[in-house]
Design a binder for this molecule. Structure first.
Ligand code: 4G4
Length: 245
């Protein structure tokens, strides 16, 4: 998959993605990243990319022409039908479901704003959607763009070291994760749950599903409400609530 980021801080975006599973996806070529800097399209000797806001007040606004040229350049080098997405706190919430949907896109153009934001007419004419990663204001769209790229990249086939890890998680989609343990078997008087060392894979699967259901019920009942449960899941959650596990 190809992702283009239109940003005044290309090095920040590239450097942050050069680690871990996303770094490997880039090295492998399953993910291709292009950063396009609006400053390269600025017309004057000072390479100006901002200007004063109409109506006055503090702060600056990203100028239309350099940003528009950068978005168009991104579009020209990306597969046809790659949506242009602006990152802003006023956007639609970017959640796991959106990350999964984005896997099917031919490409994705992410536009990171700075200063007080961009000229509204540019959003109207050059942007297909605005995504927000949560209800807080950041100094630029780069961190949200990085969050979006990481969430998508780890879902791409071949990105996670183990081919099964993504699939293993699928039956608990829409649930919180189950608890994980590694050696030693006892630490600070706390033992690993016996079932995990039993070798009984069906029992382990049931225990993990039950822990995921229980945690989601305790910590994020809204997620459980949205997702619904199978009959097996209902039984497992009732057993969890009864405190038998
Ligand atoms: C648009 C307008 C996204 C974008 C102004 C971007 C939070 C999110 C920005 C700004 C962002 C989010 C510079 C204030 C960039 N902040 N919640 N900031 N600012 O996804």
């Amino acid at each position: 998959m190809r992702i283009a980021v239109v940003t005044l801080f290309a090095a920040m975006v590239r450097d942050a993605l050069d680690h871990g599973v996303v770094g490997r996806a880039l090295a492998q070529g399953s993910l291709q990243l292009d950063c396009i800097d609006p400053r390269q399209f600025a017309a004057d000797v000072h390479r100006t990319v901002d200007d004063r806001p109409y109506g006055g007040g503090p702060g600056m606004v990203l100028k239309v022409e350099p940003l528009r040229s950068a978005i168009r350049a991104a579009r020209a080098q990306m597969p046809a039908g790659s949506p242009r997405v602006y990152l802003g706190a006023d956007g639609e919430r970017f959640e796991q479901g959106r990350a999964r949907q984005a896997l099917a896109y031919p490409g994705l153009i992410l536009v990171a704003g700075r200063y007080e934001g961009v000229d509204e007419r540019l959003i109207e004419t050059e942007i297909d959607a605005t995504w927000s990663i949560g209800d807080y204001v950041l100094s630029g769209g780069e961190l949200p763009a990085l969050v979006v790229i990481d969430a998508i990249a780890r879902l791409m086939p071949g990105t996670l070291g183990c081919a099964e890890s993504a699939q293993q998680e699928s039956y608990t989609d829409g649930l919180l994760d189950w608890p994980h343990y590694t050696r030693p078997e006892v630490i600070d008087g706390l033992a690993v749950p016996a079932v995990l060392a039993s070798g009984d894979h069906a029992a382990i699967r049931r225990w993990r599903l039950q822990q995921s259901l229980g945690r989601t019920w305790l910590r994020r009942p809204d997620m459980l409400e949205r997702r619904g449960m199978s009959e097996e899941e209902r039984v497992l959650l009732e057993e969890f609530k009864a405190g038998r596990v």
